[in-house]
Design a protein. Sequence first.
Length: 326
Amino acid sequence: MDDSIKDVDFSKWSKAHWSLFSSLLIGFFMWGVIASIAPIFYPSVNAVWFLIIPILAQLAGDLGISALSDMKLGRRGTFFITMGLYGTGSLIIFITSSLASASLISSSSITFLAIIVLGIILADFGIEGEVPTSLSYAAETMPLKLRESMLVLLPNFDNVGAMVAALISYFTYSLSDSYLIELRTLGLLAIVLVGIALVMRYMTPESVRWLVKAGKEKDAEKEAKKFFVPKNVSGIWHVPKKTSFLTRFLFLVIISVSQYLTYGLMAYIIADYYFKGATVDLIIFVANLGASVAGFIAAMIAGRLGSRKFALAAFSGGTLTMIPIL
């Protein structure tokens, strides 16, 4: 094992871990906020393509930006690209909705809708491209004994972000009866979060594992010595890879698709076909409140159960809860 990687894996919790944890937390929280914008604003558009386009932007971000992160940009470098994208998207959404609220542009015009869609595409492309990068960053950098728990706890702040966005939207719409004010509020919230993330990410180290993979061993050694506090390790255990890469990859694809067809569909999409106004916000809030509570409980038990037993328990529960829904 490379000494730099060993120092990272068996490091004591340090300031670098706090800054990384905070940085990833705010990123996942923003994911929840930004991903909620299109479903929450959908009733004022009432066109299926308005829900499909953001999903396509998310898919493109997942595949494109994560590939750039692996091959060229690194983890920390990717964050400044993604922040630029969803920061610009959020700013477009906020300014356009503010102009419409001031009657400087018609909210029923094609121009307004086109600009809003552009903002959503940029925001979703950026924030979703950050997700696989953040997961890789956490897996490569968090101390080994906390890694499983962190890989459950951190993405759960997506649920928390969506819950907060839905709650703000619920009260905003209830008080104003306006989708525009709802949209402007979410845009402003996203801009504030970008500012916080920008500060946090200047303090995070680059992934030592990525530096080693990129052939930058001297930089990796320098980062490891600067940010991590190694401790004595009595032994290192290697897990035999009995399952092929293709099998593991297909398994992850299946559970990812099933997540979108259960939680994703129920929490964000179905309500838009049956309800309008604050009711949509309330349904998104309740769904993500449940997901957030479950996520915190899962983070506490994931490390004890192990990845395989934990995944089996989680998706068995998801299967059972879909039966009454069907």
